[in-house]
Design a protein around this ligand. Structure first.
Ligand SMILES: [Zn+2]
Ligand SMILES: [Zn+2]
Length: 141
C-alpha cells in the first residue's frame, strides 16, 4: 500500500490521517515481522521524534479498534501487531515467542446453536509449537 492507500484506508475507517497515525501504519506495512508496541514506538520515533509513547500507543489502539491492525496476543509476552493486508493465520513459537504468518484457508464456522447470542466477527487459527530455529535438529542418518 502506498501513501495514498494508507490515507484512504485511515479515512475510510473514520480516523483522521494525522502524521503520527500515518507513521504507525506505514511502519507496520514495512515491518511485517509482527513488532511489539515498544518496537513500533522505537521505529516511529527514529523517523519522527515528535510522537510520544502515549500517542503511539493510543494510535495503535485506534487502528486495532477500526480493524486496520490486528493484535496478536502472545501468552506471557508483549502483544504483537500486524497490519491487516492479506488474510492469514498465525504460528506462535513456544520457544522464542516469534509470530509467523501461515497461509490462509477458511475455518469452519461454529454451529449457530453453539454461538447462542454471540455475534461472530472473525474466525482465525493460531498454531503453537516450535519455529524452525527452536525445533530440535533431526539427527542426520
Ligand atoms: Zn522459536
Ligand atoms: Zn501476521
Amino acid at each position: 500500500m502506498d501513501t495514498e492507500g494508507i490515507k484512504r484506508s485511515l479515512e475510510g475507517s473514520g480516523l483522521r490521517c494525522t502524521p503520527q497515525r500515518y507513521a504507525v501504519m506505514a511502519f507496520l506495512m514495512q515491518h511485517t515481522g509482527h513488532p511489539t508496541a515498544a518496537e513500533i514506538f522505537e521505529g516511529v520515533n527514529r523517523l519522527d521524534p515528535r510522537s510520544s509513547r502515549a500517542t503511539t500507543y493510543n494510535n495503535l489502539r485506534d487502528l486495532v479498534q477500526v480493524g486496520l491492525v490486528r493484535e496478536v496476543a502472545v501468552e506471557g509476552r508483549a502483544a504483537r501487531f500486524d497490519a491487516k493486508g492479506m488474510r492469514h493465520h498465525h504460528f506462535i513459537c513456544d520457544g522464542c515467542g516469534r509470530v509467523e504468518d501461515m497461509e490462509w484457508y477458511d475455518v469452519p464456522q461454529p454451529a449457530p446453536a453453539s454461538l447462542g447470542k454471540r455475534v461472530l466477527r472473525e474466525c482465525e487459527l493460531i498454531f503453537r509449537g516450535l519455529c524452525g530455529k527452536c525445533a530440535p535438529r533431526q539427527a542426520s542418518r
